[in-house]
Structures are given as structure tokens and as C-alpha cells.
Design a binder for this molecule. Sequence first.
Ligand code: PEP
Length: 250
Amino acid sequence: MKYLVANWKMNSVDLDLWEKKFLKVIDSEKDFPKSHEVKLIVCLNLYDYQLFSKKIQSSKNQIFQNIILYAQDVSRYEEGAHTGQISSHYLKNIGLEGSIVGHSELRENGDTENIVFQKGLKLKEQGLSNIFCIGEDLATLESSEKKSFLLNQLEAFCKKDVEPNLLAYEPIWAIGTGIEADSENIKSSVSIINDFLEQKKINTSILYGGSVSVENIHEIISIPGIEGCLVGNSSLDGEQFAIIASKITG
Ligand code: PEP
């Protein structure tokens, strides 16, 4: 099984157009991977969620019907005076299946390793899945501290029965910049992550995120150990997202 995750962030997406363009690719691609070969996940805001989940439910297309919806963030708290936050309990009640945790844009806004862990815990308590994001910034890469940096992020999250359901390696310098990480860097990160997961007996799939596009998906998905991608900008267009999906084989 491979995975393709869309992160729409706070962008406005024309949902009708997205669906239309997505379906156009599916209709023209006879070999479009089946839902048991590639799992498609869209992480979206709660307003779009209400509209998009209705579209999914009423769709006659099986691939579109099988798109899974996740939130982009979750509160580390249960309930109470936490203005603007959304609890895992609420996410579950409205029908979302999980959430991203540890995205670098949230880490930049104050999510420490411990907060990311607490968010993972809250999802687990509700039986929801996480997509756990890790990745180094350029200064860490250049000072050869990538390994200890990634291990620290992994150690801080994988405790008290919390573990990644999907793990996205997203070097910060490659997110939204148009500069995708080179294969050697991705390979060395996959090896660091895999050694850790093996040691902890954690079974999860590693995804890559950072300027994935129609042009580079083939190269990225061919890297041993990469079992899918998390896509920001290129996921905002239904056609590009579907083309990327069509190039991920199961
Ligand atoms: C992301 O949002 O995690 C991401 C990888 O974005 P982009 O594909 O735009 O780099």
C-alpha cells in the first residue's frame, strides 16, 4: 500500500473544480491505481470538510468516494478555555479520521516536541490516526546534526503507546520552496528513521514531503523506503494531485 496525502493548508480551494479536474484524470487514466493500492488522504479545514465530505458521499466514482479526510491540527487539550482550538473528540464526532501533527509550520508557531506528543496522545485516546511530520532545517543539515535532530523528534513522540500511524519526512527547507530534497538526503533520512523504527518495533510507512510535483514524483517514489508523499502546493489543483497519484504504484 502506498499513500498520497494532500495538505491544503489555509488555501481556498474551489471544491467543484478540484473534483472535476481530479475525475477528468481518473477517467482518462485506465491504469489509475486502485484504492487498495494507493490511499488518498486530504487534510483540510473544517468548513471545507463539511462540504467536501458531502461531495465524497454523493460521488459515483469509487476512487473519489474512497478519499479519506483528515484535519491539519488538533488541540492538545480535552476541552475548555482554549480559544480557536479543536479537540480530538470533536474531530471524531464530526467524522474526521485523523490529523497531521508536528507540521513544521505549526512547530514554527510554537508547537514544541512535547506539545506534538500531547496532540498525538489526544488523537490516540479517540482512536484517530496521526500523520507525524519531522524534518530538519537548513542550518541543522549544514551543521551535520540531522541525525541527532531527527532522532530527538522521534524519541519525543514515540512514548506511552503513541507512535506514528504515518510518518512524513519533510525537510523544512524543501517545504513550499520548490527545492525538493535530493535522493541522497532522503535516503540517509529514511535509513535513520528506519533504524529507529526497527529498534522500537514500530511498523509505519515513511512518506516524503517537500515540493513534490508532477515532475519529480517518479524520482521520489522510486527511492527505496519511501511509501508515499505529503503534498502541499501541488495538491491544490485536482488535476495535478490526480496525476501525482497516478504515478504512485501500489
Ligand atoms: C507541506 O505542506 O507539508 C508540503 C510538503 O508543502 P509543499 O508540497 O508545498 O512543499
